[in-house]
Design a protein around this ligand. Sequence first.
Ligand SMILES: [Zn+2]
Length: 147
Amino acid sequence: MSVKKLVEEAKKVIRNSYSPYSRFPVAAVVRTAKGRLYTGVNVENSSYGLTICAERVAVFKAVSEGDRDIEEVLIYTPTEEPTPPCGACRQVIAEFNPRARIIMVARNGKTLVKSLEELLPHTFTGERLLGGEKGGEKGSEGQGHTG
Ligand SMILES: [Zn+2]
């Protein structure tokens, strides 16, 4: 699926962004392995901490539809430079695919493409909690970590 198609989808929904405080509208489009698209926009709140980013809205929509195989996340902002996802969104995307392709597109079409591994190296994943991850943090035993 072309980046152009994903940008078109993002542009369709960005008007729904609820961003009266930051005045920084964002639209995101998740593409899953099934080829399905899920859009999201940022939704702010007067209690700032409750604000949720467009990327997480799109990811949660996909997951709530039972479609977790996230392959790409496009982030569109009407800015001069592409906007990368915040740390929280990187972690949320990593939960479903630490190697997802992240495509950042600005208003003028300027595009930046990175893998999530590049944006969030040494990712903390559920494998560590489930005991599937061995090594990596050798020698961390006895440092007060409890499981
Ligand atoms: Zn975010």
